[in-house]
Design a protein around this ligand. Structure first.
Ligand SMILES: NC(=O)c1ccc[n+]([C@@H]2O[C@H](COP(=O)([O-])OP(=O)(O)OC[C@H]3O[C@@H](n4cnc5c(N)ncnc54)[C@H](OP(=O)(O)O)[C@@H]3O)[C@@H](O)[C@H]2O)c1
Length: 283
């Protein structure tokens, strides 16, 4: 984004020191002005942090053209942050909270500057492999079931979180048409990349070799994120892996998919409203 001439890019990081080092690297490699890059604190494992970040965006930034929700975790360990298992809090609930808190700013920017703005989520191709046995839970019990450590299938959890992210994007897009809000909401997938994601819990030479052999550089994967955050209105509510709008599969398909999306939305809405009352009322 910086290379393409964005006048202002905010790196939203839980570790500001790490973010500052990345900002320096971007400046060195793109020769962008130091004013165009800032590092702000955002920890998706804390709803208070998501709200503080969003409040800061609303008060300090005159406009927001693209919000790219890229941060995510892949873990096999069951840990709780806020009221959920950590991957659900980070990859789904906080991502959604951020989206709903900042949607009004994106809409305001679109309206004021007569443009279209973007909310883009980084999904994953692995959503298709989700087994999501928790979907068999009784009505209103999806998240409660996902939070039951004794039944958790952590090898499926990342895939489930990315499936839920697709439901969130579809739901938000249905609630907020581009024709009325001017905000394009979509979900990208960058392909298998050589990031830190795969090594955080399992790091050895064999894993590194396999990842290097089969994956692409993050710079290449990142192009799909930039594409999503600048794609046209035809991408609204769509899944866009490798820069191509692609019909979603697996549990998102047909009437069953629509019903599951409704169930996810009913429960998610309750959680978001409990955190910030009124946040899901976008009209
Ligand atoms: N790598 C792949 O093959 C692949 C494929 C498909 C989709 N994706 C998706 O791409 C996105 C980026 O992942 P990556 O591959 O670049 O992995 P990564 O190298 O592990 O980067 C993940 C980023 O998310 C940040 N993050 C994690 N938890 C956070 C939290 N609670 N608050 C704020 N930031 C947090 C991390 O911050 P720290 O640096 O402080 O830990 C890190 O910057 C993720 O959504 C991932 O699911 C990756």
């Amino acid at each position: 984004m910086v290379r393409l001439g964005a006048s202002s890019v905010i790196l939203a990081c839980r570790n500001v020191e790490k973010g500052e080092a990345v900002a320096k690297d971007i400046q060195a490699t793109t020769s962008c002005s130091s004013d165009s890059l800032q590092v702000w604190h955002l920890d998706l494992s804390s709803y208070a942090s998501v709200q503080a970040f969003s409040d800061r965006v609303k008060t300090e930034l005159p406009r927001v053209d693209a919000l790219l929700a890229n941060a995510g975790i892949l873990t096999w360990k069951f840990r709780v942050t806020e009221d959920n298992e950590e991957s659900i809090t980070t990859n789904v609930i906080s991502m959604s909270l951020l989206a709903f808190l900042l949607y009004p700013k994106l809409r305001e920017t679109a309206d004021k500057y007569n443009t279209q703005t973007h909310f883009t989520v980084t999904g994953s191709e692995l959503y298709e492999y989700a087994k999501f046995k928790e979907r068999k839970a009784p009505a209103g019990q999806l998240f409660v079931t996902l939070n039951d450590e004794t039944k958790a299938n952590m090898s499926d959890r990342y895939n489930v979180s990315k499936l839920l992210a697709i439901f969130v994007v579809k739901q938000m897009a249905a609630l907020c048409p581009v024709s009325s809000g001017g905000v394009i909401v979509n979900c990208v997938a960058p392909g298998f990349c050589q990031s830190e994601l795969h090594f955080r819990e399992l790091d050895n030479r064999a894993v590194r070799f396999m990842v290097k052999l089969l994956s692409r550089r993050t710079e290449v994967g990142a192009r799909t994120l930039v594409h999503g955050a600048s794609a046209g209105a035809e991408s609204h509510g769509q899944y866009v892996p490798d820069c191509k709008i692609t019909p979603t599969a697996g549990f998102t398909k047909g009437n069953g998919g629509a019903e599951l999306q409704d169930r996810v939305w009913m429960e998610l809405k309750q959680k978001l409203e409990a955190t910030r009352p009124g946040v899901t009322s976008l009209s």
